[in-house]
Design a binder for this molecule. Structure first.
Ligand SMILES: NC(=O)c1ccc[n+]([C@@H]2O[C@H](COP(=O)([O-])OP(=O)(O)OC[C@H]3O[C@@H](n4cnc5c(N)ncnc54)[C@H](O)[C@@H]3O)[C@@H](O)[C@H]2O)c1
Length: 355
């Protein structure tokens, strides 16, 4: 059995211009680009000190003073890699040239209304734009997709994402003032992932909850049901407040079909940001045999390898190898619509039990 785990790369990589020099750029974008051999031509951050530090750490030749300076000194072929808080994306996009190639960090704005504005702007300005939903391209997800597309586990009928970890939200100060945190900034990856396997759901139910020890943050725990009708179950359950050591933390994606199942441990979320090792196990039922779980060694992880895939999609579209990135704004807007539906469901609440 051959299982593909790598991402398709462009024939010729384009120069990357980074906008934002924060945690995710240093921790994942730049390590990924180094692995892929993608060249970063320059970097801009409103905090110039951070841009200078990142440029030094990763040998980036140009640190721009302003966005105008960046545009003056950017090659036409560049991909603008925006990694700023969701609230800032639209303002940055407005300053980019027509027909620009763009990858923007998730979320695609702070709500569906902003996502629609982003979509309208990228259409109007004929941009080739993708959203950095890179869990889709993590090597273990590529492996799962490959197993499923070969029909090895039968018909996919159950997805469960279950995360019980301690997330140091203090790393993202910008989250403190926001009305939406967990689903918009974290579970959004799982919602997006489920969509890539099952398409758009009929509806979304959700409850998202604050935590007594984190009063400064909006909700940090969520239960989300993506409704795909009678025979498919897709549930996301996250608790980021398990501050009781590593021993009982867990973080997994389970994909079950009619003939087998896949269990992926996402080590990166446990003991964050150091992480622990991932694992990939699968089982395929054989007639007359006791089901036997096997382990597949998958090289690479969500962080940073998935980030190669999301950037590669924009480069592939830019060189005409594909019509649009798989993670295009046209697709990502559906993930944003699911996120919006989740928050709306949370407000509407459940059905009161009546006697
Ligand atoms: N797995 C993932 O996809 C993942 C993980 C973490 C963060 N993120 C996303 O990446 C984005 C940034 O997160 P982070 O962890 O790097 O945050 P961060 O706070 O560490 O960095 C954000 C950076 O953006 C800069 N910035 C803000 N507004 C700007 C503007 N208008 N122009 C230029 N620079 C600007 C800030 O000065 C800061 O350096 C967030 O939207 C977050 O959702 C994604």
């Amino acid at each position: 059995m051959i299982i593909e785990t790598s991402n398709t790369l462009p024939r010729q990589a384009r120069p990357i211009i980074l906008i934002g020099a924060g945690g995710i750029v240093n921790g994942a974008h730049l390590p990924a680009y180094k692995l892929a051999g993608f060249w970063v031509a320059g970097i801009y951050d409103i905090d110039r000190e951070k841009a200078l530090r990142t440029a030094t750490d990763f040998d980036i030749p140009l640190v721009y003073y302003t966005i105008e300076d960046m545009l003056d000194r950017s090659p036409r072929s560049a991909v603008f890699d925006i990694a700023v808080p969701g609230s800032e994306i639209l303002a940055v996009l407005r300053q980019l040239p027509d027909a620009a190639y763009v990858l923007m960090q998730k979320p695609m704005g702070e709500d569906l209304a902003m996502a629609r504005e982003i979509l309208a702007l990228t259409r109007e300005r004929r941009m080739t734009a993708g959203v950095n939903f890179q869990l889709r391209y993590a090597p273990y997800i590529n492996a799962a997709r490959n197993i499923i597309s070969q029909g090895l586990i039968g018909e996919l009928c159950d997805i469960e994402v279950n995360v019980n970890v301690h997330t140091p939200w203090n790393l993202w100060k910008f989250l403190y003032s926001l009305p939406r945190v967990e689903i918009l900034y974290h579970s959004i990856h799982y919602i997006d992932l489920v969509r890539t396997f099952l398409g758009n759901p009929d509806s979304v139910y959700a409850k998202t909850t604050r935590h007594p020890s984190m009063p400064e943050l909006a909700s940090v725990r969520s239960a989300i049901i993506m409704d795909y009708g009678e025979t498919i179950r897709a549930n996301i359950l996250t608790n980021h407040c398990h501050d009781f050591g590593l021993e009982q933390q867990h973080s997994y994606i389970r994909l079950e079909g009619t003939r087998g199942a896949i269990l992926i441990k996402m080590g990166v979320l446990m003991n964050y940001p150091e992480g622990v090792a991932d694992s990939f196990q699968y089982v395929i039922k054989e007639n007359g045999k006791v089901p036997e779980w096997k382990t597949l060694e998958v090289a690479g992880s969500w962080f940073p390898h998935g980030f190669i895939g999301s950037m590669a999609q924009v480069m592939l579209a830019a060189e005409g190898a594909i019509e649009r990135p798989d993670n295009s704004v046209e697709d990502a807007i559906h993930t944003m619509a699911c996120v919006e539906a989740a928050y709306e469901s949370n407000v509407r609440g459940g059905v009161r039990p009546l006697l």
